[in-house]
Design a protein around this ligand. Structure first.
Ligand code: NAP
Length: 253
């Protein structure tokens, strides 16, 4: 690839939240961006933000846990935008419950979206990265990887993504591909808003209580995570691979 050619990035779960902020940020870095989410129509706002600022983006509807949909989505990105060489595996869901109340379906859904989804997306994109001799993969882990009550499924998936990341770094490094993981703490999005509702708290109160436990005394915003992802996906980060960066406003126990 010539250095003047625009690199193509894929961001999953990019209709809203951290994914949307990341798509907008990567476009501002000069990337053409495929905005992938379950519902193609829901990606419209993110795409419009990018194109209104003079960037290139397309909306692609796909369930990352479905092999055929992932293959079709990545083929469409390659056809319409160019070979994807930057991948951010961000799509995610919560199905929180204490172990004794957790259904098999809630376990499977979380494993399928986070782990199977990241595997399928990465497998589909890596051939384009190998051909280009360049690639950047970022997997969204979480502070919950260290253990969190009520999230035995989610914490297992997010810890699994850290092992996935390190193995990708070892397997793919020789092709100019790096893989890193960003592990957010509390970020204000629809995901944490839904958790506030589940525990019967208003979102503002929920955030205020969370902020008291965070050394910088505030909760994170999606842009805080997009900033870290922009670093890992940049050309200058070629010697940083297999790392997990906790972005949580302080160290974690
Ligand atoms: P969010 O606001 O809930 O957004 C997640 C997006 O992913 C939604 O648009 C959702 O679509 C989409 N999605 C869900 N399942 C999908 C699938 N199978 N295929 C494609 N898209 C799918 O979440 P967020 O807070 O931005 O979180 C983004 C990532 O960061 C997740 O991996 C999450 O686990 C991680 N994270 C978040 C926090 C936090 O505090 N917010 C902390 C640590 C880690 P629908 O709306 O249609 O379901």
């Amino acid at each position: 690839m010539s250095t003047t050619e625009q690199r193509v990035a894929v961001v999953t779960g990019a209709a809203r939240g951290i994914g949307a902020a990341t798509a907008v940020r990567l476009a501002a870095e000069g990337r053409a961006v495929a905005v992938i989410d379950l519902d193609e129509a829901a990606c419209k706002d993110t795409v419009e933000k990018i194109t209104a600022a003079g960037g290139r983006a397309i909306a692609v509807g796909a369930d990352v846990s479905d092999e055929a949909q992932v293959e079709a989505a990545v083929a469409r990105v390659a056809e319409e935008l160019g070979a994807p060489v930057i991948l951010v595996n961000n799509a995610g869901v919560l199905r929180d419950n204490l172990l004794f109340k957790m259904s098999v379906s809630d376990w499977d859904t979380v494993m399928n979206v986070h782990l199977r989804g990241s595997f399928l997306m990465t497998r589909a994109c890596q051939k384009h990265m190998v051909d280009a001799g360049f690639g950047r993969i970022v997997n969204l882990s979480s502070s919950s990887a260290l253990g969190n009550r009520g999230q035995v499924n989610y914490s297992a998936a997010k810890a699994g993504l850290q092992g996935f990341t390190k193995t990708l770094a070892k397997e793919l490094g020789k092709f100019g591909i790096t893989a890193n993981s960003v592990a957010p703490g509390f970020i204000a999005t629809e995901m944490t808003k839904a958790t506030a509702e589940r525990v019967g708290m208003g979102f503002e109160d929920f955030k205020a209580v969370a902020a008291t436990q965070i050394p910088v005394q505030r909760v994170g915003e999606p842009e805080d995570i997009a900033n870290a992802i922009a670093f890992f996906t940049g050309d200058a980060a070629g010697f940083v691979s297999g790392q997990v960066l906790y972005v949580a406003g302080g160290p974690l126990d």
